[in-house]
Design a protein around this ligand. Structure first.
Ligand SMILES: CC(C)(COP(=O)([O-])OP(=O)([O-])OC[C@H]1O[C@@H](n2cnc3c(N)ncnc32)[C@H](O)[C@@H]1OP(=O)([O-])[O-])[C@@H](O)C(=O)NCCC(=O)NCCSC(=O)C[C@@](C)(O)CC(=O)[O-]
Ligand SMILES: NC(=O)C1=CN([C@@H]2O[C@H](COP(=O)(O)OP(=O)(O)OC[C@H]3O[C@@H](n4cnc5c(N)ncnc54)[C@H](O)[C@@H]3O)[C@@H](O)[C@H]2O)C=CC1
Length: 438
């Protein structure tokens, strides 16, 4: 077993690479060569990437694709997507193309409120605590003016600071539940800075509060942090058209297709095992745009899944109905994303992605991301209720399989042609390449 290492973080990049290759790989020279192959040839860009995280030894590439033809609120977008899974970009593109001639996607933001909390312990009279927090409201605001001045100029800032009694859930547990408007930033750092200031004020003023007894003065902050659950930072995206415009699809009449789509969503609402996969398909679209635009996909994932379970059972993020011969399909999700801050102005490809999206503000980006999720779900359900998922997915996955089997460019051309009329499965591809090489 390799011995632990002290001070790894302080080694040079070369020394880190030497150490990891020597101690953890079978072929150190080949491993080193591979890591260096993925360095950016522009040393300034490479340095920038090295400084995004810690202990960087190379870059991890994800494909960066484009799904064109998204008509969103009557504006045409080409959506950049960063994702490793085949068929996602094709599926989004197909759904965009389908809805392009049917009025496109309508999207709207119904709230932009972010949340942060100061969690604290207090053992004492609750009415006194209520009076204490009420008296501190102006202090919380006046002692954060340095932090909030610029944000307020942009139309943002602190919205509300509310005391919440959580002591029935956990002994002596209370919180300051705070809401913020962070305009075009995701806001994590702004919110956390404000919260840490509230926390310092809270403890300091408790110690000096003459109304408190000795025990109450020991009010203790446990932690201060934003919440990634933002149920009032909501975006909705929708498509709809007369059923007659849905076309006959893979042997289903428009009416049958619409009914099956509604049924598929109903199943995801009734059955959590299905809902998880249904929502995974939606996240294929959402994560890909969140990543391409340099946003925090872990934050987005955590918040969206919490929302999917907010009614007590994990359920579908999309909804579908047929009413007065109109088929409607929509999504509603919480999304805290930024078009400034984080990596948005640093990562060269993120900057380009935002430019391709015509430099949206945060609300516009929320709408684009919600649309990508809805489109993805439409495409996946369309396949699931007609041909099954494998036909389209495996068609897109074919190149991965051919690469894995070491197919030459000529073999790829021949086999892609062959599989236009044959079903793609692992064994069929193996057999076809074997036959070709005989
Ligand atoms: C894969 C398709 C789109 C084929 O669909 P198709 O009807 O065979 O496509 P087509 O060849 O007729 O082309 C139509 C359009 O689709 C797009 N398209 C088509 N091919 C490409 C391509 N190579 N590259 C880029 N775009 C492509 C493109 O927009 C194209 O228009 P054009 O560009 O020609 O004007 C369809 O079968 C589909 O949408 N399948 C769903 C795939 C999917 O959902 N994949 C996600 C991975 S599976 C998963 O993780 C989620 C899941 C399924 O479990 C979720 C759930 O259960 O709900
Ligand atoms: N739990 C979580 O989600 C946490 C996430 N993070 C990370 O925090 C980062 C995002 O934090 P941010 O505070 O958004 O980024 P940031 O720290 O880069 O700050 C963005 C700043 O941009 C400025 N700004 C300029 N123009 C603006 C405009 N039009 N609207 C709003 N602000 C404008 C503001 O000063 C704002 O504070 C992400 O990288 C995320 O991964 C950090 C801690 C916790």
């Amino acid at each position: 077993m390799t011995a632990p290492i002290e001070g790894f973080s302080k080694l040079s990049k070369e020394a880190k690479i030497d150490w990891i290759a020597k101690n953890y790989t079978a072929k150190p020279e080949a491993a080193k060569e591979l890591l260096k192959k993925y360095w950016n040839s522009d040393t300034r860009v490479q340095k920038l990437h090295d400084e995004f995280i810690e202990n960087t030894i190379s870059n991890y590439y994800l494909p960066f694709g484009i799904a064109p033809n998204f008509l969103i609120n009557n504006k045409l977008y080409a959506i950049p997507m960063a994702i490793e899974e085949s068929s996602v970009v094709a599926a989004a593109s197909r759904a965009a193309k389908f809805w392009l001639s049917r009025g496109g996607f309508q999207a709207s933001v119904s709230g932009t409120e972010k949340v942060g909390q100061v969690h604290f312990k207090y053992n004492g009279d609750k009415e006194k605590l209520g009076r204490f927090i009420a008296s501190l409201q102006p202090v919380f605001l006046s002692e954060t003016t340095e932090l909030t001045a610029k944000m307020e100029k942009r139309g943002g800032g602190i919205k509300q600071i509310e005391l919440k009694d959580k002591s029935s859930d956990l002994a002596n547990y209370f919180q300051l539940h705070c809401t913020f408007e962070t305009v075009d930033a995701m806001g994590a750092n702004f919110i956390n800075s404000c919260l840490e200031q509230f926390a310092a004020i809270l403890e300091r003023e408790a110690r000096n509060n003459s109304e408190f007894d000795e025990n109450e003065r020991q009010l203790e902050v446990v932690m201060s942090i934003l919440s990634n659950y933002v149920p009032d930072c909501l975006v909705k995206a929708k498509v709809s058209c007369p059923i007659s415009e849905l076309n006959e699809d893979k042997g289903l009449s428009p009416e049958e297709f619409a009914e099956k789509m509604v049924q598929a969503v109903a199943i995801a609402k009734a059955e959590p095992f299905r809902a998880v996969t249904h929502n995974k398909g939606i996240m294929n679209g959402i994560d890909a745009v969140v990543l391409a635009t340099g946003n925090d996909f872990r934050a987005v994932e955590a918040g969206i899944h919490a929302y999917a379970a907010s009614e007590g059972r994990y359920s579908s993020l999309t909804h579908a109905e047929i009413k007065d011969d109109i088929f409607s399909f929509w999504i509603e999700i919480p999304l805290a994303v930024g078009t400034v801050g984080g990596l948005t102005s640093l990562h060269p490809l993120v900057k380009l992605a935002l430019e391709i999206l015509q430099n949206p503000n945060a609300k516009e980006l929320m709408q684009i991301i919600a649309v990508a999720g809805l489109a993805q779900n439409f495409a996946a359900l369309r396949s699931l209720v007609t041909t099954g998922i494998q036909q389209g997915h495996m068609k897109m996955h074919l190149l991965n399989m051919l690469n894995k089997l070491g197919a030459s460019e000529e073999e790829k051309v021949a086999l892609i042609h062959h599989f236009k009329t044959h079903t793609v499965t692992h064994s069929a591809v193996e057999e076809a390449i074997h036959n070709l090489r005989k």
